[in-house]
Structure formats: C-alpha cells, structure tokens
Write a protein that binds this ligand. Structure first.
Ligand code: BES
Ligand code: MN
Ligand code: ZN
Length: 501
C-alpha cells in the first residue's frame, strides 16, 4: 500500500472514496459539513434519518454525491466525542478499511487531522491508521494451492491535510509507520510458517537473506559443533531430541559509530515446542509452531531498523532449536552446564525457552551491550496473568523498563511491568544442581524471568514475555507481529537520544 499526502477542499478532491466522520449523534466533521453544503444538505438528511446509526464503527457508503468530485463518500461514525479513545479510534479505522476494501475502490482519502483524540497528535493518528491498514491487508496465502481470494484492489491511501506546515512531520510519520509495518509483516510470516518449513536452518537462511538485502547488516551462524566447543550445554540440551540442528544466529546492524555500544535483542526461536519428554497435551499443540515468535520479532525489528537506517548499532541474536521427544532427548532430572558455567537440573523439558535463552544471553555479553532485551513466548502463566493484550515486562533496571513501557504506549503495542523480586528466586532451588529450570506452579512467568536474571546479572537487561500477544487464535488464527512496534520505537528513541547528546 502507498500512503501519500494531499491538500485541497474536500468537494474538489478527485478520489475513489472520501472518508469523513460524524460524532455525537449527527455532528458532521468540518469536511463532512462542506460536502453537506455543496450537496444541499444530503449528508444531514441521511444522518438525521438514522441511516448511519450512532455507534463507533458504523459506516455508510454514498455514491456520486452532487457537486462532489469523489466517486464515493464513506460516512463513518466516531461515537460520542467525550468517550472517544485509542481503542475506539482503532475500531473506526478498521471499519473504514473494511468498507473501503469492499467498495472495490483503488484508493481512498482520509481527513485524520479533524479527528479529536485526547492528546494524540496527527502523526500518531496517521501511524496507527497505517499500521491497522497494513494489518487488514495482510494475507498469508503462500501455502494455499489456489489463491482463491481475489487480491484487494485498494492500493493507495491519501492523507488529506488542511495545513501545509504539517506535511514534513506527516511524511516522516508515514515513513516510520511503513517501516514498522514491514517489520511486523516479516515477523507475521515467519511466525505463520509451519514447523516443517520454518526450522532453525530456515531461520538461519532468512538471516543470511536479510544481510544480503541490507548492506548494513552482517550475519553469522554458530553451529552445534561450535556450541559444544563453547560449552552451550543448555541450548544444546533442547535440540538433543531433534533431527533439526540448533542454530545460534547473530545479525549485526551497524548504523552507528564504530565504538558505540550496541542494543542487543535476543529472541526465543523454538521452531516447534512439543514439550519434549515432558510432552504437551495434544489440544492446540499446532500453535507451538508460534514458539519462535520472539525470534520473528527480532528479524522484523532489524528489518524496520535497517529500512529506517537508524544511526545506532543493533545486534539481533536468535536462539533457534526444535524441542522434540526422542531416544536422545533430554530427560527430566538431567543436569547440564550452561555457557555461564552454572549448572541446571532440567526438571521439566517443556521449560525449554529459558534454556535456549540463557546461553544466548551469556553469549550476548561479549558485545558489551548498552542494553539486552530478550523476547520470548516463554510461559503459559503470562497468558493467565495478562491475557492477550499486554506483553509481560521484567527488568533488572527500572529505567530500562520505563523506556520500553513508553515505546509500547507510543505505538499501542503495550507492555506491563511485572515484579522481579529476589523473594521469588528461592523457587528455583535444586538439590542437585545450581538451579532447577522450573519454579513450581505459582508465579510461573516471574520465576521464568528470575531464571533468566541469573544469566544477566552484569547487564542492563529486560525480558519481554510475549506468550499472550504473539499470535491470535480462533477464526483469525495467526501471528500478530508484536512486539515489533514496541521494539522499533524503543530503538528510534535511543537513536534520537544519541543524536541529541
Ligand atoms: N512455549 C511455552 C509457553 C507457552 C505455552 C506459550 C502456551 C504460549 C502458550 C513454553 O515453552 C512452555 O512450555 N512453558 C511451560 C513452562 C512450565 C513447564 C514451567 C508452561 O508455560 O507451561
Ligand atoms: Mn515448552
Ligand atoms: Zn516453548
């Protein structure tokens, strides 16, 4: 989809579809009012008759309005101004895109600067609209033998501005949002690919492809042999039961000064999680193909960063493995030595995410990072705690947590700060090793984070548990591309910080 800026009086704009709004019952927006005047009160008559309804998300498509150049006008209701909020803005945009797509038009024009949404500015409304539009247009059809769904004709959206001075900022917002959407799309597609295609080796190939298409990215892959030499006993233990070799993928984006400390992102890339010998129940096990969505978000964020050419250094590390039961698989009670030297009693082979991550986190240390953020579909307990709306955020530095929370609020890809108190650490005690890999039933997402904290003591580190937000279930089953917006915004903020210092 292309997004472009337009100026001009609404009745004179030549376009497939003009989108204008109504709120508080029958109150027309400024541009709707103009269309109403030139058409001798047509809009007012229809709205007063009740044709539009009065709820957020109601739309009414009108054709060939007298004295209006646009082929169609889409009237959309924004509900009551006093209740209008971010979520309702999302419903409004989604309803408009659905109606526009349905209408068969190739392009449409929005007047977003006349929509009043708390203290959200025009750039925010534009960014969100672009992100929602890209979500609505996304299709994963590459594994269908017949591409039956006709591709949508809609290919261009104009953003009509009333003030020429806004155009610079709006253009920048378009650029950022498009890059984030592109990253999100890559994350979705990697997430949606099934475990028989998206293996650790496949992810390694994707990393090489990313380096090929972006000259500021270089990629290297650590193979099992080298992992053994290095002593990555935790990561290797997860792949022990699989025919697919584990890969530790390192993607290095060099956009900043040579000596500047990198931001490091570490993604859980379990390309399928059966649970191993601690086998998962069968219901919905297919969804464990999404257990590499943390890794997918690292790919997506790196792509967005490279597209935006951010002037910072970012390293993406993906710990990729497949968790399978087999004659060579790790057994409950097995004890392994991690790269850090700490020993782990693997009491449950289904708590494998923390095992692949702990070695990757120790490895990340050698880059002397400014911060390390890991992203993982780590615990079912996080879904119980926060549901499907918020990412669970844990950090050993409150200032880093604040930066990530801000980035999530800004992009509407929100996280919630969870405790990482020492009080929980005892749950990981083991009689036979330095620690167990599980901490009992209570506070499962916190004890998982506590486990990771033991490998990042010297670092400015945060952990994002995305188990609840990385994919949707039911009719719209599929990866969401979260938290690419949060991560990219976090890095944009760091780049701005560097430039103003
Ligand atoms: N990948 C799962 C976590 C998960 C489960 C994410 C369901 C989304 C939906 C992870 O590897 C896992 O199995 N975690 C266990 C940990 C437990 C054994 C301590 C869990 O959450 O049950
Ligand atoms: Mn598991
Ligand atoms: Zn898992």
């Amino acid at each position: 989809m292309q997004y472009k800026i337009k100026f001009g009086s609404p009745e004179k704009i030549t376009t497939g579809c003009l989108v204008v709004t109504v709120s508080d019952g029958a109150k027309l927006s400024p541009s709707a009012k103009i269309l109403d005047q030139v058409s001798n009160g047509l809009l007012t008559r229809l709205v007063k008759r009740g044709d539009l309804g009065r709820k957020v998300g109601k739309t009414l498509l009108l054709h060939d309005i007298p004295n209006v150049k646009a082929q169609r006008v889409l009237l959309a209701h924004c509900g009551d101004q006093k209740d209008f909020n971010d979520k309702k803005y999302g419903s409004f945009v989604n309803a408009c895109i659905a109606a526009i797509k349905d209408s068969g038009t190739k392009e449409a024009t929005f007047f977003l600067d006349e929509i009043v949404l708390g203290d959200r500015d025009l750039d925010w409304k534009v960014s969100q609209a672009i992100m929602l539009c890209e979500d609505a247009m996304y299709q994963f059809t590459q594994l269908k033998s017949k591409k039956s769904d006709k591709p949508a004709k809609l290919s261009r959206i104009y953003l009509a501005l009333s003030n020429r001075q806004q155009s610079g900022a709006t253009q920048a917002a378009i650029q950022t949002a498009t890059a984030i959407a592109q990253g999100k799309q890559l994350a979705k597609t990697l997430g949606n690919l099934p475990g028989n295609i998206c293996t650790p080796s496949y992810l390694a190939d994707q990393a090489k492809a990313l380096a090929k298409s972006h000259k500021k990215i270089t990629t290297s892959v650590i193979e099992e042999k080298q992992m053994t030499e290095l002593g990555m006993g935790a990561l290797l233990s997860v792949a022990a039961g699989s025919e697919e070799p584990a890969k530790l993928i390192v993607m290095n984006y060099k956009g900043g000064k040579k000596d500047e400390a990198p931001q490091v992102l570490v993604g859980k890339g379990v390309t399928f999680d059966t649970g191993g010998i601690s086998l998962k129940p069968g219901a919905a096990m297919d969804e464990m193909k999404f257990d590499m969505c943390g890794a997918a978000s690292v790919f997506g964020t790196l792509l967005a960063v490279a597209e935006l050419e951010l002037p910072i250094n970012v390293i993406g590390i993906v710990a990729a493995a497949e968790n399978m039961p087999d004659g060579r698989a790790t057994k409950p009670g097995d004890i392994v030595t991690s790269l850090s030297g700490q020993t782990i009693e693997i009491l449950n082979t289904d708590a494998e995410g923390r095992l692949v991550l702990c070695d990757a986190l120790t490895y990340a240390d050698m880059f002397n990072p400014a911060a390390i953020i890991d992203i993982a579909t780590l615990t079912g307990a996080c879904v119980i705690a926060l549901g499907h709306h918020a990412t669970g955020l844990f950090s050993n530095q409150d200032s880093l947590a604040v930066e990530l929370l801000r980035a999530g609020n800004e992009t509407n890809d929100r996280a919630w700060h969870m405790p990482l108190w020492d009080d929980y650490q005892d749950q990981l005690d083991s009689n036979f090793a330095d620690m167990g890999n599980v901490g009992g039933r209570s506070a499962g997402s916190i004890t998982a984070a506590c486990f990771l904290s033991r490998f990042t003591k010297e670092q400015r580190w945060a952990h994002l548990d995305i188990a609840g937000v990385a994919w949707d279930t039911g009719k719209n089953k599929g990866a969401t591309g979260r938290p690419v917006p949060l991560l990219t915004q976090y890095l944009i903020d760091r780049a701005e910080e560097i430039q103003t210092n």
